[in-house]
Design a protein around this ligand. Structure first.
Ligand SMILES: Nc1ncnc2c1ncn2[C@@H]1O[C@H](COP(=O)(O)OP(=O)(O)O[C@H]2O[C@H](CO)[C@@H](O)[C@H](O)[C@H]2O)[C@@H](O)[C@H]1O
Length: 481
């Protein structure tokens, strides 16, 4: 089965968040299930540089008239993936990140940049490349969501489409004035098309047009069909019935492997947890933390309201009072960054803060910290708790979305059965978080219980194996329709 996957970011080439990890890891997991995945992404400067640096063989394929612009596709095998890179300098050759300029502001033409990606994807899906016709097109998030819309609007044969929601908070809504420039037929300006409360909704249009909607955990799939979790799209999503499926994310267990991770100070395994201590000592050194026996808690995240990190920032003093040291790696809302930095100024050797994005440091944090705090207000799946499990860095999580699906709370029964892998608290609020912190500290103080939890966490199946089989099943069913 030939699958064309389309995403705005793909690890290890370009990453701002979890979407990249999934788009980067799922293809190889699917290969074991009879799926031959080609991944299409924009030709940002870092992507083009990576291709050049790898000295990889590149086949250049012209693509005529993508939304009135000139483009070409670069077909290349890199990092074990088959890639199609949309080289369109007028849209992607920018300083700054994939979505924002160097000052952090969204590019004003993001609608055009990702409509072009979607349009080019639709062209490839319908045979723009000689000898390549995918059986299934799998698009990710709003940036690629117009591909099913373009395909549904065309009167030529088209492959079946799957759209995965990684985060409903990002919908790609734009003023109606852009509609004529999208190259869609007039009929697409409708409730069944891209019209969304008088605006153009990229994700909304895709959710209507695709054959199957997936999201990244079963619990999130239930949350988004309710007014509380649907962010305005709950009615549409509820209407998709059994065509909406929740499949929990896995992680790339070769990139995230404490036994063979080049980023960490010392490799370790459940059978050799003494070596994990070297990583804790190294983390203390890296963050200038006081060296002592108590636990280190951590945060690796976008510092946003979604992630509930305002709550952690506000309880830094309480953490310190309880003998906890904290390391924070992240960036995001200025007020949360500032609150963490102020806590660092008050407690320089107990609260370590790195504002910014640092992939290898995130590995060292998971290897050296004792627990990772994830008090998200909503969380489609979450990956950092999965990395935490794999590294024996106990996740302390709010009971939402994929966090609820992937962590086994250390209640009495689970601890007795040696099945607990983390701590779950019910509401993302300050008091509830503090109660979870206290419960975590009690567990930590009983060294045997803690070691048992770490061992169960590290043995939990966080691989893509089961979930890849579920995706492959969906693709297969669609090809039979
Ligand atoms: N400062 C920093 N330095 C280094 N690494 C950092 C970092 N900040 C974040 N990261 C990394 O970025 C990734 C974040 O992934 P998440 O799944 O936690 O959230 P995100 O909201 O981006 O993803 C959305 O999509 C994913 C994928 O489906 C869903 O799991 C999730 O719930 C949804 O919100 C992780 O790999 C994390 O380690």
């Amino acid at each position: 089965m030939k699958i064309l996957s389309i995403a705005a970011e793909v690890f290890p080439l370009i990453k701002t968040g979890g979407l990249a990890d999934v788009a980067g890891a799922l293809p190889s997991a699917l290969s074991g299930h009879g799926c031959d995945v080609t991944t299409m992404l924009p030709g940002y400067p870092v992507v083009l540089k990576a291709i050049e640096a790898a000295g990889a063989k590149v086949e250049v394929l012209p693509l005529d008239d993508v939304l009135g612009g000139t483009a070409r596709l670069l077909a290349v095998k890199l990092s074990g993936m088959k890639l199609l890179v949309l080289d369109m300098p007028e849209l992607y050759d920018r300083l700054g990140g994939p979505y924002t300029d160097t000052a952090g502001h969204d590019y004003g033409d993001n609608w055009r940049r990702f409509a072009a990606l979607s349009k080019a994807g639709a062209m490839v899906a319908q045979g723009a490349i000689d000898g390549y016709l995918p059986d299934i097109v799998h698009v990710h998030d709003w940036q690629a969501a117009l591909t099913p819309v373009y395909l549904a609007a065309s009167n030529r044969p088209r492959p079946k489409t799957v759209l995965t929601i990684h985060n409903l908070a990002f919908q790609g809504n734009y003023p109606s004035g852009i509609f004529p420039q999208l190259g869609l037929p007039a009929a697409s300006w409708s409730i069944e098309g891209v019209e969304y409360y008088g605006n153009v909704g990229f994700l909304k249009g895709g959710l209507h047009a695709c054959d199957v909607v997936t999201t990244v955990s079963p619990t999130y799939a239930k949350e988004i069909v309710t007014p509380g979790g649907g962010m305005g799209l709950d009615g549409l999503l509820l209407g998709r019935g059994s065509r909406l499926v929740g499949i929990v994310n896995g992680i790339d267990t070769t990139v995230w492997d404490p036994e063979a991770d080049p980023a960490i100070a010392a490799p370790y395994s459940p059978a050799d947890m003494k070596s994990r201590l070297h990583n804790k000592r190294a983390l203390e050194g890296e963050f200038g933390l006081r060296r002592e026996n108590g636990p280190i808690f951590s945060v690796v995240s976008r510092l946003t309201w979604q992630k509930g990190l305002d709550l952690v920032a506000e309880i830094c003093d309480e953490l310190v009072e309880r003998g906890v040291r904290l390391v924070v790696v992240g960036s995001g809302e200025a007020i949360i960054e500032g609150t963490f930095q102020a806590a660092h100024s008050r407690h320089p050797d107990r609260v370590g803060v790195r504002i910014g994005y640092d992939e290898t440091l995130s590995h060292r944090v998971q290897a050296g910290a004792d627990a990772i705090l994830i008090p998200s207000r909503f969380e489609p799946c979450g990956l950092t708790q999965l990395y935490g499990l794999r590294y024996g860095c106990i996740p302390v999580v709010a009971k939402v979305g994929g966090l609820a699906d992937t962590v086994v709370d250390a209640n009495y029964a689970a601890v007795s059965a040696k099945a607990a892998t983390g701590v779950i608290f019910t509401s993302p609020e300050r008091d509830s978080l503090l109660a979870a912190v206290d419960r975590t500290l009690e567990l930590y103080e009983d060294a045997q219980v803690w070691r048992t939890m770490q061992a169960a966490a590290m043995k939990a199946d966080v691989s893509w194996e089961k979930s890849a089989a579920l995706y492959a099943g969906i693709y297969r069913d669609l090809t039979k329709e």
